[in-house]
Design a protein around this ligand. Sequence first.
Ligand code: SF4
Ligand code: SF4
Length: 118
Amino acid sequence: MEIFKLYWHAVQSRVCAHCVDSDRHGHCRLSGEEECGLKAHFPRIVQAILSVHDPRIEPYVDSLRRNVCAACRHQTPDGRCSTRSRLDCGLDRYFPLVIDAVEEAHVGFEKHEPAFGD
Ligand code: SF4
Ligand code: SF4
């Protein structure tokens, strides 16, 4: 869906450009088995973030765990993720920045896509 490309550009410039695993221009250097959860689950992440409206981070983390991590091959049925424990998941590492980038982009896109995420 084209709208997700627009969200991806917003996240790439806000998050990936500053990530230790990027080339510093926002291009991820990880692929294959190492692919970041941010890339692997992006549309689901956007929907998980936009389904929450709360000043606290915890409801966003809950939504991420329920809607994204639960479908990720790295998480075990009892909710553990060794990739997350090792701080090797860029999505989890930078999640507050991802939230900000998606929500700010959404405010901008809302003028053109009023129904998305509501
Ligand atoms: S590891 Fe994740 S956050 Fe970092 S550059 Fe790659 S996709 Fe972006
Ligand atoms: S924190 Fe773990 S389960 Fe969640 S997206 Fe990252 S690697 Fe997957």
